[in-house]
Structures are given as structure tokens and as C-alpha cells.
Ligand binder design. Structure first.
Ligand code: HEC
Ligand code: HEC
Length: 360
């Protein structure tokens, strides 16, 4: 019933609000589909909802739902060439058809009673560039309070301010160039083509900012703050069970620095720690720098490896054998150099374990 209702309303909107009218001028027939619009907006590899709210009810950005005055033309003009704080999206990331679908979807929704909370609230006592990034420009609505993805990207290629400007002002091409430099054999730490892709070709989620509306001087303030927090090494680990044997259960622990070889940030003094649950014992462990176990304050046993360095594109194969299976096995990576002021710990866990890694 609901689907049918939406479809009927949607059809009414198409004729009433000018999608077909425009199509006559432009020659190509564009008929929006509300269900498809919902998918593009909500799951379709766009991040519009980070600012406009999960259901278009508004948050950092104004509501889009239930606002008939936002016609296809107005919507499309804004997305292609925004006049305010929003990045612009070329049709490589969002097609005219997808825009038509979104317009019909939003027309099918009731007007929101009130906007949702910001996805990234402003922390107490923000430093000025943090306020700029979260509350004034809005980068932080997607990138969180400490800009972790941009700082990861910075470490991938040792990016300087020239790199940063290109990444922000010509994001959709520069991001693709950087992705092409990454070794596909190394696990991706940055979101890349934003999570599971439902669209072909894959899209990037961040649009292009205009230097007229986001002047270089503002961007430099954000960049300097990110440098002060520290480029974030792209260290990551994959934990996986080996086939069980009589001697216990072995877990393979592969540790990676996924930065671009010869270009990205090298790290030193890397500590990999695995929390061993109370009901199993460590039988043996292997790999560079195994330093034995210690007892944590809460009684948990911690097995530790100290790796003198993890250079860009370096991989290390570690392993630990426990007296039995440990389905919740998890651990952390920390590093001494380069020092960072935020996000200085990487959490990893067995796939399927509950809790753990936050959405950095
Ligand atoms: C960084 C946050 C942010 C993101 C991401 C974002 N927007 Fe916006 N959007 C805004 C803001 C803020 C406004 C209000 C005007 C301004 O300051 O740009 C706006 C305005 C708009 C408008 C104009 C509404 C009107 O009244 O005419 C449309 C349409 C729109 N956004 C669609 C989208 C779509 C579609 C996406 C994803 C492809 C998107 N936005 C992503 C922040 C964002
Ligand atoms: C709509 C959400 C969104 C907004 C708003 C946004 N970004 Fe991004 N940004 C992303 C995503 C997602 C990526 C990863 C690539 C992609 O899909 O675009 C990214 C990538 C980046 C990168 C490159 C990271 C790498 O892997 O190399 C930089 C730098 C960056 N953003 C900086 C900024 C700055 C500065 C702002 C504000 C001026 C901003 N972003 C606003 C979502 C956003």
C-alpha cells in the first residue's frame, strides 16, 4: 500500500513540479522514482544525509523533505553549483536521473517537524579551526571532531598544503588519483569509495568545494590544525583464525602500514597488543618483536609485540596460539613516531566479534 501511495504521489509531483517540463526543453525524458531516490540518498554512496539528516529532515543543513518549493531545477542547480557552504557534486558522482529520483523522494515525504541533531556536535571549548571545520564549514559533519579521514589521507602520501587544496577544491578527481596510487593488496583504512558500493562506476562521497566560497586562508587554518593533531598513519591489522589443531587455536595477525610505498608516512616504535580472554592461555606466539605477556590491571593477559618500524607499505605477519578458541579476541596498535594528539590508537578484533572499533 505504502509503496503504491508513494508512487502515485511521486507521479503527481513529477508533472506538478516540472521534472517532465524540463525534460521537454532538454530533450531527455527524466522521470523521478521515489524508491530509487531513497536508495541514492540513504544508502546510495552519497553522504548528503550526514548534513541533511537521515530522512532529509535537516540537521547541520536545512530540511529537504516535504518542501515542494525545491523543484528539480532548483535542486539540481544547487547541487551542481552551491552558493553556500555545501560542496558541489558533478554528474560523475550524482547523475541528473539520481537527482530527479531524490526530488521525487523528498516530495513524497511529509514536512519534518524538527531537524535532527548534528551528526558531529561541537565539542566543549573547541579551538577556532575545529569550530570552523565542524560548525562553520561542516567538514566535521562527515569527518568527525578530529578530521581522521583527511589526516589518514595526508599520511598515505605525505600530503602538504598543495595536496590538501587539490583534495578539497578538486576532490572528485584528486581522490581518484590517490586511490589509484594505493596498493590494492593492502587493506584500505580510509573509506575510499565510501563503503559497500551499489553504483557503477564507484563514486566518491565528498563533493568539490569552491575557492570563492571557501577561501584558501580558511582552508589553511584547518590544515594547520590537522598538522598539529598529526597526520594519522594508516596502520591496520587483520586478525583471523588458522585451522584448529591439537596444540590449541592459532590466530594469524597481519599488521599493515597501508600508505603509498616510498611516499607515505613511515612509523617507528609500533606496539601491537592482543587482549587474551581469562578463560584461555597463551601457548606460543611468533613474529617480529614478540615481547611476551603482561597482566593488565583488570586481570586480563596482554600479549605484546614491539616492532621497531612499520614503513609505508610494510606488512608484518604475527601469530598467537591460545589453549582454546577466543571468539571475542581483540587488540590495539599504538606507535611512538610520528606522535599524534588525537586518534593515537587503532583497535582491531576478530571479524564477527561484538563492539570494538569505533567509526573513525
Ligand atoms: C557539508 C554538509 C552538506 C552536505 C554533505 C550536503 N549538503 Fe546540501 N546543503 C548544505 C547546506 C549548509 C545548505 C544550505 C545552503 C548552504 O549553506 O549551502 C544546503 C543546501 C542544499 C540544497 C538547497 C536547498 C534549497 O533550499 O534550495 C539542496 C538541494 C541540497 N543541499 C542537496 C544536497 C544533496 C543532494 C547532497 C548530497 C549529494 C547534499 N546536499 C550534501 C550542506 C550540505
Ligand atoms: C559529505 C561528507 C564530507 C564532507 C562534508 C567533507 N568530506 Fe572530506 N571526504 C569525505 C569522504 C567520504 C572521503 C573519502 C573519499 C570520498 O569518498 O570522497 C573524504 C576525503 C577527504 C580527504 C582525502 C582523504 C584521503 O583519503 O586522501 C580530505 C583531505 C578531505 N576529505 C578533507 C575535507 C575537508 C577539509 C572538508 C571541509 C572543507 C571535507 N573534507 C568535507 C567526506 C566528506
Amino acid at each position: 500500500m505504502r509503496t503504491l501511495f508513494v508512487a502515485v504521489v511521486a507521479f503527481g509531483v513529477v508533472t506538478a513540479y516540472g521534472i517532465t517540463a524540463r525534460a521537454q526543453q532538454g530533450g531527455a525524458a527524466l522521470t523521478g522514482d521515489a524508491a530509487a531516490g531513497k536508495v541514492h540518498y540513504t544508502f546510495g554512496n552519497t553522504s548528503c544525509s550526514n548534513c541533511h539528516g537521515v530522512n532529509g529532515e535537516g540537521a547541520f543543513a536545512p530540511a529537504l523533505a516535504g518542501r515542494p518549493e525545491i523543484t528539480y531545477d532548483r535542486f539540481r542547480n544547487y547541487v551542481r553549483d552551491p552558493k553556500g557552504r555545501m560542496p558541489g557534486y558533478p554528474d560523475t558522482e550524482l547523475t541528473d536521473q539520481e537527482i530527479a529520483d531524490m526530488v521525487v523522494y523528498f516530495q513524497s515525504l511529509p514536512k519534518a517537524e524538527k531537524p535532527a541533531a548534528w551528526r558531529t556536535p561541537l565539542p566543549e571549548n573547541p579551538v577556532p579551526p575545529q569550530r570552523l571545520a565542524i560548525a562553520t564549514i561542516g567538514c566535521g559533519q562527515c569527518h568527525g571532531a578530529t578530521m581522521s579521514t583527511p589526516r589518514h589521507g595526508m599520511a598515505e602520501v605525505n600530503g602538504d598544503f598543495e595536496w590538501f587544496k587539490r583534495m578539497v577544491y578538486q576532490h572528485t578527481t584528486t581522490q581518484r588519483e590517490q586511490m589509484a596510487m594505493l596498493d590494492p593488496a593492502l587493506p584500505r583504512v580510509t573509506p575510499g569509495f565510501g563503503g559497500p558500493q551499489t553504483r557503477t562506476p564507484p563514486r566518491v562521497r565528498m563533493g568539490n568545494y569552491s575557492p570563492q566560497r571557501l577561501p584558501e586562508a580558511r582552508l589553511k587554518e584547518i590544515y594547520d590544525w590537522m598538522v598539529d593533531l598529526g597526520a594519522l598513519p594508516v596502520l591496520t591489522a587483520r586478525l583471523a583464525p588458522a585451522p584448529a589443531s591439537d596444540g590449541g587455536q592459532t590466530y594469524n595477525l597481519n599488521v599493515y602500514n597501508s600508505a603509498v610505498r616510498g611516499k607515505g608516512v613511515n612509523t617507528e616504535d609500533v606496539t601491537v597488543a592482543v587482549e587474551v580472554p581469562a578463560d584461555v592461555k597463551v601457548v606460543s606466539a611468533a613474529g617480529t618483536g614478540y615481547a611476551g605477556t603482561t597482566m593488565a590491571a583488570d586481570g586480563k593477559t596482554i600479549a605484546t609485540w614491539r616492532l621497531p618500524k612499520m614503513d609505508a607499505a610494510q606488512q608484518e605477519a604475527l601469530s598467537i596460539t591460545l589453549s582454546g578458541a577466543a571468539p571475542g579476541l581483540r587488540g590495539t596498535i599504538r606507535w611512538g613516531k610520528p606522535a599524534v594528539k588525537a586518534d593515537g590508537q587503532v583497535n582491531f578484533q576478530l571479524p564477527g566479534a561484538r563492539g570494538g572499533r569505533g567509526a573513525a
